[in-house]
Ligand binder design. Structure first.
Ligand SMILES: Cc1cc2nc3c(=O)[nH]c(=O)nc-3n(C[C@H](O)[C@H](O)[C@H](O)COP(=O)(O)OP(=O)(O)OC[C@H]3O[C@@H](n4cnc5c(N)ncnc54)[C@H](O)[C@@H]3O)c2cc1C
Length: 136
């Protein structure tokens, strides 16, 4: 039996499920199905703090350009006291010596829709689908 013969079901199309399904597909699993209980995939909240090691994984999956188009790649992290005095300052991402940038947050006015590489093709996303039980 090869990877091509195996079917994989991933439950949940958050960043974890989407990345898992995409990684499995990149590793040679062709029948990867993603079930998501929600009726649609849309951004929620301010954004995700994605560190350099995670940016590396997304880059490996060919998603860097899509990510960079939606993100501000921060160069430093600075904490200020409410009176204005600086408490802490440290470089982040490339400025800190990582080979990948980190800490992207969504750009104001940027593309609202996150990339969903599973809209079509063998690794399909099934929305409105709750994985209720697992059995043999
Ligand atoms: C209020 C709040 C604020 C946050 N702010 C930040 C932030 O500013 N920066 C940051 O980096 N992180 C933030 N986080 C954390 C971040 O949102 C999570 O770490 C991240 O989204 C987790 O991704 P995930 O894919 O593991 O899970 P989720 O994004 O939770 O995705 C899981 C998905 O699985 C689906 N699902 C669950 N069970 C089933 C099932 N049985 N069948 C089908 N589908 C199912 C759910 O509907 C959901 O869409 C915040 C979290 C919360 C709650």
């Amino acid at each position: 039996m090869t990877r091509r013969d195996l079917s994989v079901l991933v439950a949940g199309a958050g960043i974890g499920g989407l990345t898992t399904a995409l990684s499995l597909h990149a590793a040679g699993f062709e029948d990867v199905r993603l079930v998501e209980a929600a009726a649609e995939i849309r951004p929620l909240g301010v954004g995700l703090n994605i560190l350099p090691n995670a940016v590396r994984e997304l880059t490996e999956l060919g998603l860097y350009e899509a990510l960079a188009a939606r993100a501000v790649l921060t160069a430093e992290f600075v904490l200020y006291h409410r009176s204005g005095g600086q408490i802490w300052r440290e470089p982040r991402g490339l400025a800190a010596g990582y080979r990948w940038p980190g800490n992207p947050v969504p750009k104001k006015g940027g593309e609202p829709q996150p990339p969903n590489p599973f809209k079509e093709g063998p690794a399909a996303t099934h929305l409105n689908s709750l994985l209720a039980t697992l059995g043999k």
